[in-house]
Ligand binder design. Structure first.
Ligand SMILES: [Zn+2]
Length: 240
């Protein structure tokens, strides 16, 4: 069920059938020269939409913007701060809680560490604040394990590489423009030392090998993602 497509009275009826709301978080972020800037939002939106159609749970309209650090200098990345992300995530959960929802999954299509830790901080704080709330906050990639290694060949594939390119080939092939080269960034070591010139370490905004992507791999990966989110719903709904 999609909140955004319900009328007021449909929401009133449906909120009696489910107490679970999944909120997808994406980014506006450079994804190589072959994938759309909308990639993270597109993938997580389609996965959660499928989950919400198949199961008795709600999906909230996605939050399009996220916190992007490594790609902040790449053309097209429009990032927000962790403060903004925490505020919007907190406001949405509080508001949905006031309307009767109790189980929340804040799930990101972007695995950036500051971005995901901001969502976890929100989950931690709201668990203390709201009496009957249950919250999970994570990146979808944290749910994937050995099933993924059987589908994706590239070791260390993480951004605009084999996995994301395969998913976009499955979900929106018309949005792909050719195929960027394989790339593995050489981030400064230790990574805690910041350099203003980020493009020097990672010019292409690809981490992995887009050349190995296929629509078939994307379809398989998509199916695994849907199943993993379904398992997570069962876990959170059972939790006391
Ligand atoms: Zn991505």
């Amino acid at each position: 069920m999609l909140i955004g497509e319900n009328t007021m009275s449909e929401f009133g009826r449906n909120v009696k059938k489910t107490r679970t709301l999944i909120i997808p978080f994406g980014t506006v972020e450079a994804h190589g020269d072959h994938l759309p800037i909308n990639t993270d939002t597109l993938i997580i939106r389609e996965v959660i939409k499928k989950v919400a159609e198949k199961n008795n749970v709600y999906m909230a309209p996605p939050i399009q913007y996220g916190v992007c650090t490594s790609t902040s200098a790449h053309p097209g990345t429009l990032g927000i701060t962790t403060q903004s992300l925490r505020l919007i995530a907190t406001d949405i959960v509080r508001s949905a809680y006031a309307h009767g929802l109790r189980n929340f999954i804040l799930i990101s299509g972007h695995g950036g560490s500051l971005h995901v830790s901001a969502l976890r901080e929100v989950a931690e704080n709201l668990t203390q604040e709201l009496d009957k709330v249950k919250i999970a906050a994570l990146s979808i990639y944290e749910l994937l394990g050995k099933e993924t290694q059987e589908i994706i060949e590239t070791k260390g594939d993480s951004h605009a590489g084999e996995a994301e390119t395969s998913l976009v080939l499955h979900l929106a092939p018309k949005l792909i423009k050719g195929r960027s080269k394989e790339e593995y960034p050489r981030m400064p070591k230790p990574i805690a030392v910041k350099d203003k010139d980020k493009l020097k370490y990672w010019p292409g905004a690809v981490w992995g090998n887009p050349q190995k992507a296929s629509a078939d791999k994307g379809e398989k990966l998509f199916k695994v993602m849907v199943e993993k989110v379904e398992e997570l719903i069962k876990r959170i709904e059972k939790l006391r």
